[in-house]
Design a protein around this ligand. Sequence first.
Ligand SMILES: Cc1ncc(COP(=O)(O)O)c(C=O)c1O
Length: 395
Amino acid sequence: MSNFERIQVLKNQEAEPYANFVAEYGSPLLILDCNKVAEQFNALSDALPNIEFFYAIKALPHPAMIRTLLQFNVGFDIASKGEIDLLRLERAQARNTIHTHPIKRDDDIRDALSYGCTTFVVDNIWELEKFVAYRHRVALLIRVSFPNAKTNIDLSRKFGCQPSDVLLLLRKAKALGIHVKGLSFHAGSQCTDSSNHVHAIRQCAAIIEQAEAELGKLLPILDIGGGFPVSYTHSTQDINQFCYPINEALATLPAHINVIAEPGRFLSAPVMESVSRVIGKAERSDGTWYYLDDGVYNSYSGQIYDHATYPLTVFSDGECSSIATLAGPTCDSIDVIAEQVNLPPLRIGDLVIGKQMGAYTSASSTRFNSLETAEIVVINGPSVGLNTIFITHSS
Ligand SMILES: Cc1ncc(COP(=O)(O)O)c(C=O)c1O
């Protein structure tokens, strides 16, 4: 990514709203804007009409996300007891949830069932057998693998059966008396284009047809997973353009098939900004090093786990005149946010804003060096009225 795409320099006076947050709550901070959650949901539902959405909580497991999406009757994709507990606290209806983790302990199945979730995902015979004891209470989706070499986050290596194994699993489920109601896939996260979604939809359509012809088995649900991308530059992503081929492929499905999706990143990435401060600086042989109070062990953890590079905003009335490195606050040398970028001179105390920092950021932050994780300040939250703020801790 070029310096221009990654670094935005705004005038000093534009730092004021962020400085006000820092004056009130300290730093580092994450600001979660519920209006943006609504905007993202509206954009995706416009781009993919007639699809029922189940927000993948793992991307940003925060009450404000759940509360805002509940206003739009969005369902939830859950994968752990902790995520179920979050939904319980927010009084989300279990009938609008799907448990999508392909590998579960018996306790995980029981927890989800006791909450009221009855849709589960499997991708192999051993997982199928775990449901024998619960066969009168559940309906399953079979996850199919569609590898995607074009993304860094290929979710079809660790999970998903081969397309050619689906009929075998359907036969086995029938023999065990377990109801399978559809297929699911994940085309890879942060997809560069929608070709793998289209490929997967076409393959699944063929499997659904074959299951009906050979086994007389109807599979009325197709779960097209997540993968809907956001822009990690200062310009925006055209989600309509991404979804257009998906809609074309979906239009060829038989009318009785209900299509659902599990978006995580698209609904959450643009809704949080990180606010950190320069806490130290040094001149080194490769330029100026600025040390921030947030880094890859904390809100920028997605630079490690999610392969993301977040666009940054700094504030200065000066010119971009020096090659600089932005580093996090821990003692580890891997804790670097941006290397060899062209920056204006920054002072200790200056603010650095990270954009598009809602998805897979605070969700995977740590307390390495016994440092606190960033506070999350929620603005425009539904439960507390417009333009009011409540503050929660992310850990
Ligand atoms: C099963 C499942 N569904 C949905 C998602 C969300 O994917 P994305 O953030 O690409 O929308 C993930 C991400 O890991 C996942 O594992």
